[in-house]
Ligand binder design. Structure first.
Ligand SMILES: Cc1cc2nc3c(=O)[nH]c(=O)nc-3n(C[C@H](O)[C@H](O)[C@H](O)COP(=O)(O)OP(=O)(O)OC[C@H]3O[C@@H](n4cnc5c(N)ncnc54)[C@H](O)[C@@H]3O)c2cc1C
Length: 405
């Protein structure tokens, strides 16, 4: 069986690419190993350019129906409280969506799938379809499923996540590093807005820093997700136990006077994961293309992993439409995709997410004081805050990529 594009992986990247290509009438087979869309608790923060892209694809309205608008975000010191507050209203002239929209990744993917079913009949979505081999030559790309079935297409997009088979088939390196500390994410229904938290906040502390996010969950009042580090030697099962989580949340949130009745935060979810900073050496070669986590991984501080993945999907889809519908030469356009998305990921996403983590966890008291003072000064100066927000909201990284020709 053959189609124009095979997409491997029905995460946010693969679904976005399938929708963008399918709307243009490109024949797409989207292959997902799992029996249904995955429901893991992962990313949940959309920046303005991503909201713009997803609105263009027709899912913006549905995202707003359940998402939480976050017009300002904070940096706090775990002892001293709020150090800086950034108001995205300062970039209202640059985007129709001057806020972060919080919506769990597993609430976006069904919206994308439903939109594909509604407007993209040329897309065939297959679950329980694990790909075990990928090859390509001058004429076509081929994939083999675990069932033994083979499919071919003009191009394969590997949106198959961190352990990408397509990246392995391309034989490209995945340089970078893995942080020694893991992240624990715990969720509570305890209302932190009542204690002065805006929908997104980062708490700096050399021992127990945290990211605090308000997400919709099943509906109002939503959930507060608190991500914090656990040390390399810590036992995961102990850290995931209720006493350890209660102790950590109490320590992180004490400065805001967040003390629930009975001293216990009502908990809903908790999970631990390893965090990497890695970028593939090449995003496209021959008939194979990488996008999303298959191409790059970063820590979640700043909420850029999922956003950058959607930006990849929209970028490569436009180029494949040009190649497949308008007979544009493939080589230069695939090369342009690599030149637009790879350096931007290294310069913007990797650099900012590493800087964000280092700001929160800085141990040297003098450096720490200086960095927090600097961020406070930036937030207090509207012109500097605006420049800062253009980077942190990823508007500049999308514009900079588009300017590369
Ligand atoms: C625990 C965790 C927490 C995170 N938290 C945040 C956060 O707070 N903020 C943030 O910005 N980012 C976060 N991220 C990152 C964010 O979730 C990813 O950037 C995003 O999921 C990337 O989407 P993707 O579609 O590229 O990959 P994925 O979502 O990983 O999707 C890949 C899909 O490919 C499928 N697949 C894999 N191999 C095959 C195969 N051989 N055949 C068929 N299908 C296959 C998988 O089943 C999966 O459905 C987090 C990631 C993790 C793991």
């Amino acid at each position: 069986m053959s189609c124009e594009v095979i997409i491997i992986g029905a995460g946010p990247t693969g679904l976005t690419a399938a929708l963008a290509l399918g709307r243009a009438g490109i024949t797409v087979t989207l292959l997902e190993a799992e029996p249904a869309l995955t429901h893991d608790l992962r990313a949940g923060s959309f920046h303005p350019p991503t909201i713009e892209m997803l609105t263009d694809l027709g899912v913006g309205e549905a995202m707003h129906e359940t998402g939480i608008k976050v017009p300002s975000w904070q940096i706090r010191d775990r002892q001293a409280g709020v150090v800086a507050e950034f108001d995205l209203g300062l970039i209202a002239g640059e985007t129709p969506y001057p806020y972060r929209l919080h919506l769990e990744q597993h609430r976006l993917t069904p919206l994308l799938l439903a939109r594909i079913a509604a407007v993209a009949p040329s897309v065939s979505v297959r679950f329980d379809a694990e790909v075990v081999a990928v090859t390509h030559d001058e004429d076509q790309a081929r994939v083999t499923l675990r069932s033994g079935e083979t499919l071919s297409a003009a191009y394969v997009i590997g949106s198959d996540g961190a352990r990408s088979l397509v990246r392995a088939a391309l034989g490209v390196g995945f340089e970078g590093f893995t942080w020694p500390d893991r992240f624990l994410v715990a969720s509570t229904t305890y209302d932190l807005a009542a204690h002065g938290f805006t929908g997104a906040g980062y708490v700096a502390d050399p021992d127990l820093w945290a990211a605090v996010f308000h997400v919709p969950d099943a509906g109002p009042p939503g959930l507060w997700r608190i991500a914090y580090p656990i040390q390399p030697e810590a036992d995961e099962a102990t850290e995931l136990g209720e006493p350890a989580i209660q102790d950590k949340l109490a320590t992180i949130l004490a400065h805001a006077g967040a003390t629930p009745p009975g001293g216990l935060f009502p908990l809903k979810y908790a999970s631990v994961y390893k965090v990497h900073q890695r970028v593939a050496d090449c995003f496209a070669r021959g008939r194979l293309i990488l996008a999303g986590d298959a191409a790059h991984l970063n820590n979640p501080l700043g909420g850029m992993g999922l956003n950058g993945s959607v930006h990849d999907a929209v970028n490569i889809s436009a180029k494949l439409i040009d190649i497949l519908r308008h007979r544009a030469p493939a080589g230069p356009l695939l090369d342009l995709y690599d030149r637009q998305r790879r350096p931007i990921n290294i310069r913007a996403v990797q650099a900012m997410s590493i800087r964000n983590k280092r700001l929160l966890e800085e141990r040297d008291p003098a450096v720490r004081t200086e960095r927090l003072r600097e961020i406070s000064d930036i937030a207090a100066d509207p012109a500097r805050a605006r420049t800062f927000l253009m980077d942190s909201s990823m508007i500049n990284s999308v514009r900079d990529a588009a300017a590369i020709q």
